[in-house]
Design a protein. Structure first.
Length: 446
């Protein structure tokens, strides 16, 4: 069967998007900068020679957006081969009718045209309709005034106890202090945070402080709104059980902490957090990203072969807690799939960050289709910061499913109906079931 013919039928299947960073206060692109300077495109531009490798500010001024665009646009011809550029081109062509290349002569016109629609609620819902996305899950800290709850649901992203940060060996303590010093769940610390910029009123100095901060974190988690809490699993950390005595000794050594103390802090806080959830009979799902470790501006895909097995022992100790994993290293996929095959409380989710490239996506889809039931895999999330990128990534994913499944139809493994049922199961039904997502009925109609 030709992929193009299957793609047309896959486009009729609604998806839900279980993980994004879309902000309710500005759902759509605020200008050309939100499309061309999405951080994955910035990485393309930077490796093509553009002088800017850092992310655009969360709320860039007009001057920042203009200067960054003007420095980036001359490098666009050098990234026309990349899949991120393909995504940006889909947005401009399909949603804004721009079919010519972006140049120094026309970018202001395109920028202004996009900006005109940034507050258009009907347009935002039209983007989702065209994308075939029936509900989007974003950070609780980006919920705004809740006026977009018809299309948004929420996941907590607040404190990342098992995320290593470059040169900060007490990162787990800083994350817990960050939560302890806030009275409600909020957006997480950036991976590039400088410890000297964190001026906390409450500092962790003792084991009692650790327990108090964990209790505070659990008490302030909005479980009535969020079914899951998203965090990161650093492959730099070695995962194991840590004793009270080890943690007490490590706390006394905080000013001189190294890799050993880093691992003790992360393991102890994570294990006590999960124990506290159990004491509270909390149903919270723990969602982990894996395999992206910090570089000066962004991250790299990084594999430590022991991570999956070490954390599998942690998972096995909490059989009633559901764990989901999104991988940034394709080399992790087969290993994590073997864990998901044998541990009933593990689900694999999408293609994260450095895995979101078509060749890798097809590889991951194929491996998971061979190894996991439809109940143990979720086939799509965008990780997008605006709805236009939700659109682009959904289109890229649909095309990869068409490529993989058409080959399997030709090989006689599936018939057409089975192939389409698989897409519906892992891109709509399983994420609904796992995360409790309720699609918008109006957006379910294709």
């Amino acid at each position: 069967m030709k992929p193009e013919a299957l793609l047309e039928k896959i486009r009729e299947i609604p998806f839900v998007d279980p993980h994004t960073h879309v902000d309710s206060a500005h759902l759509g692109a605020r200008g050309l900068d939100d499309i061309l300077l999405y951080h994955m495109v910035v990485s393309d531009l930077y490796n093509a020679g553009c002088p800017d490798g850092s992310r655009l500010s969360e709320a860039p001024s007009p001057e920042e957006a203009q200067s960054r665009l003007e420095r980036a646009i001359p490098y666009l011809p050098k990234i026309v081969n990349t899949s991120c550029y393909w995504g940006a081109r889909m947005i401009l062509e399909d949603l804004y009718g721009v079919h010519e290349p972006v140049t120094m002569d026309n970018w202001r016109y395109i920028h202004d045209m996009i900006a005109e629609r940034k507050d258009d609620r009907a347009w935002h819902r039209e983007i989702l309709r065209r994308a075939g996305i029936a509900k989007v899950v974003t950070e609780y800290g980006r919920r705004g005034d809740r006026s977009n709850d018809d299309i948004l649901e929420y996941s907590q992203e607040w404190a990342f106890f098992t995320r290593a940060q470059w040169g900060k060996f007490d990162a787990a303590l800083l994350e817990l202090e960050y939560a302890w010093n806030h009275e409600e769940s909020c957006s997480p610390l950036p991976v590039t945070t400088k410890a000297e910029d964190l001026l906390f009123n409450k500092k962790i100095r003792s084991l009692e402080d650790v327990y108090a901060a964990i209790r505070h974190y659990c008490e302030k988690t909005p479980e009535d709104v969020c079914t899951n809490s998203a965090s990161h699993l650093s492959t730099d950390i070695h995962y194991r059980n840590v004793s009270v005595e080890e943690m007490e000794a490590a706390l006394k050594n905080r000013d001189r902490a190294g890799e050993r103390e880093r691992d003790i802090y992360a393991n102890f806080i994570q294990q006590e957090y999960m124990r506290e959830l159990d004491r509270r009979n909390s149903p919270l799902i723990l969602q982990f990203s894996v395999g992206a470790e910090p570089l000066p501006y962004e991250t790299c895909s990084y594999l430590h072969s022991g991570t999956a097995y070490q954390f599998a022992e942690v998972i096995a100790r909490y059989p009633k807690r559901l764990f989901t994993f999104s991988l940034s290293s394709a080399a992790h996929n087969q290993q994590f799939c073997t864990i998901a095959r044998e541990l009933p409380n593990v689900v694999m989710v999408g293609y994260w960050w450095h895995n979101f490239f078509p060749t890798i996506i097809r590889q991951v889809i194929s491996e998971r289709l061979d190894m996991l039931s439809l109940e143990k895999q979720i086939g799509y999330f965008s990780d997008a910061y605006c709805l236009e990128w939700v659109y682009a990534k959904s289109q890229i994913i649909r095309r990869q499913f068409a490529q993989v499944l058409s080959q399997r139809i030709d090989a006689g493994q599936y018939d057409e109906k089975t192939a389409l049922d698989i897409v519906k199961a892992i891109c709509l039904e399983t994420p609904q079931k796992v995360f409790g997502i309720t699609p918008n009925p109006a957006l379910l109609k294709r």
